[in-house]
Design a protein around this ligand. Structure first.
Ligand SMILES: NC(=O)c1ccc[n+]([C@@H]2O[C@H](COP(=O)([O-])OP(=O)(O)OC[C@H]3O[C@@H](n4cnc5c(N)ncnc54)[C@H](OP(=O)(O)O)[C@@H]3O)[C@@H](O)[C@H]2O)c1
Length: 330
């Protein structure tokens, strides 16, 4: 039987889950979809949840995790993509309820596929991955709400995470002053080395959150954390400021009075990259291939498939930082 190499998450008899490299039968893939040989994937928080059996992300196991994939089309039964076409697939149901990119092959509907823009390599596209794409969508949302470098500092929470670091690099590329909120004191120097202008310790920021409003400090924010952090950021925005709310690394709750909205005109912009229309994804990928084409080398660690399960466990324990590029072919 033909097989391919990939990560395989399965349920143990005691209800726990294990993710390990396996030889997976080719027939788990859908022959009616586009077959893509994956060269690179990446690690995102959602992959860590899926590979740990989180039913809110993945309903059925065994399962191949991986919400990101970049590779080459091997076969498209409907003929939309020629064999050899370089493509990117991020989000939709990839790695959630469809087998994902942490493997040598994926099969996906053609409607999930972006042709790799010229100016990007497969490797670079997965350095960016869903985290970078989301940072890009957050940036676009802030720009559409009129935020300019002259308006003042932009705060990024969860600054040492994949989404946080991609946001920092992008904001700096576009000339913004950046304030980072981070719980990792040991990475403060690193954050400065990638351009962060000021760092607020997470614990200090959250010491006092109960006032209706705080002094107007941030022109805008990219929040990856949610909960009290998002609440205090909203209460600390300058008049007319915007927050791109992307994540929930700390909490899904948002228990907030209405004052920031009606007394300061704060705008809360929800960002969800996975199911965004393909045209929006294409627009952001095109930007990354042209005017947003900066190096991510400082924030990316390259690993192979075998190393991914351990790193995903570390990710859930809050012990990782930056982006992880996964080479799927050895
Ligand atoms: N909306 C979307 O489309 C979209 C796309 C991608 C990701 N996300 C979400 O965005 C979030 C971040 O994703 P990621 O890939 O960057 O994850 P990540 O690499 O694991 O980073 C998360 C960061 O959040 C901070 N953090 C962790 N636990 C925390 C806690 N209990 N309280 C406060 N801060 C905490 C940490 O940064 P510090 O130590 O520096 O504080 C950590 O590095 C996740 O919730 C993910 O699901 C959303």
């Amino acid at each position: 039987m033909e097989t391919f190499k990939g990560l395989w998450t399965s349920e143990n008899v005691d209800g726990t889950y294990v993710t390990a490299i396996s030889n997976i039968p080719m027939d788990v893939l859908n022959p009616e979809q586009v077959l893509v040989q994956v060269f690179y994937s990446s690690l995102n928080y959602k992959d860590a949840l899926s590979s740990n059996g989180h039913r809110g992300i993945t309903r059925n196991f065994p399962h191949i995790p991986g919400i990101d994939a970049a590779g080459i089309v091997i076969n498209d039964p409907k003929g939309r993509f020629k064999p050899g076409t370089k493509v990117i697939i991020t989000g939709f149901d990839l790695g959630m309820n469809a087998h994902g990119g942490l493997s040598e092959f994926v099969s996906v509907p053609s409607t999930w596929i972006i042709k790799l823009p010229s100016g990007l390599t497969l490797e670079k596209s997965m350095q960016i991955g869903t985290a970078g794409l989301t940072a890009g969508m957050a940036m676009l949302a802030l720009q559409q709400n009129g935020i300019r470098p002259i308006d003042g500092p932009i705060v990024v929470s969860g600054a040492t995470g994949g989404l946080g670091m991609c946001s920092i690099l992008l904001l700096k590329q576009l000339g913004h002053e950046v304030i980072a909120i981070s719980g990792k004191k040991e990475l403060h120097d690193f954050l400065k080395s990638i351009g962060v202008d000021e760092i607020i310790d997470r614990e200090e920021f959250l010491q006092e959150t109960s006032k209706a409003l705080y002094s107007m400090r941030f022109a805008a924010a990219i929040d990856t954390v949610g909960g009290d952090t998002l609440i205090k950021i909203l209460k600390s925005l300058k008049a007319g400021g915007s927050v791109a709310a992307c994540g929930m690394a700390s909490s899904v709750e948002l228990n907030l009075q209405i004052y920031p909205f009606i007394l300061r005109g704060a705008r809360l912009l929800g960002i969800y990259s996975a199911d965004s229309p393909l045209v929006l994804k294409q627009k952001v990928w095109n930007k990354f291939s042209k005017e947003w084409n900066f190096s991510l080398d400082k924030i990316v660690k390259t690993i192979n498939l075998e190393e991914a399960p351990k790193i995903m466990q570390d990710m859930l324990a809050g012990k990782t930082s930056g982006r992880y590029l996964v080479k799927t072919i050895t």
